[in-house]
Design a protein. Structure first.
Length: 164
């Protein structure tokens, strides 16, 4: 399920992803919207923070909870440039996010339909609505370009190659 506003918010998430790439991080950007207003932003920070949980989604969810003063993020939409991994999908479900909109599919680790569908698992007590493939080509291109540059001769390969 996608809405007309999704493209604009995804473009902002793409800006965050590009900034992550500039910092040497896997280029994933995320933002949380509440009542039509961006209340939190996040980009991958796993290398900068030396924190395996510092994925863009988790960074944005933490900032949103702080902004709202509550851990339940009902009424919020999370925009992210890459399909969430298992850790991020679990955090999204636990935070009670109403809706998740993502750009590129992640065939290796995606948990919104690629590898499995944790976000809409029937046994969980919360299942956010999911909008998939918004600006998917642009979101995928940012990731492809990042990894192509890292594979080129003489490139610094200090990351772990994880796409989430």
């Amino acid at each position: 399920m996608t809405l007309p506003v999704d493209e604009g918010f995804m473009q902002e998430a793409l800006t965050l992803a590009r900034a992550a790439a500039d910092a040497g991080e896997v280029p994933v950007g995320a933002l949380v919207v509440h009542d039509g207003v961006v209340i939190a932003r996040g980009a991958n920070r796993t290398l900068r923070d030396q924190d395996p949980t510092a994925h863009a989604e988790v960074v944005a969810l933490r900032a949103a909870a702080s902004a709202l003063g509550r851990w339940r993020l009902a009424g919020c939409t999370l925009y992210v440039t890459l399909e969430p991994c298992a850790m991020c999908a679990g955090a999204i479900v636990l935070a009670r996010v109403d809706r998740v909109v993502f750009g590129a599919w992640d065939e290796k680790a995606g948990m919104a339909g690629s590898l499995e569908d944790l976000l809409r698992h029937p046994r969980l007590n919360h299942r956010p609505a999911v909008g998939a493939g918004v600006a998917s080509e642009a979101c995928g291109a940012v990731l492809r370009d990042f990894f192509a540059a890292r594979r080129s001769p003489g490139a610094d390969d200090s990351g772990d190659g994880h796409t989430g």
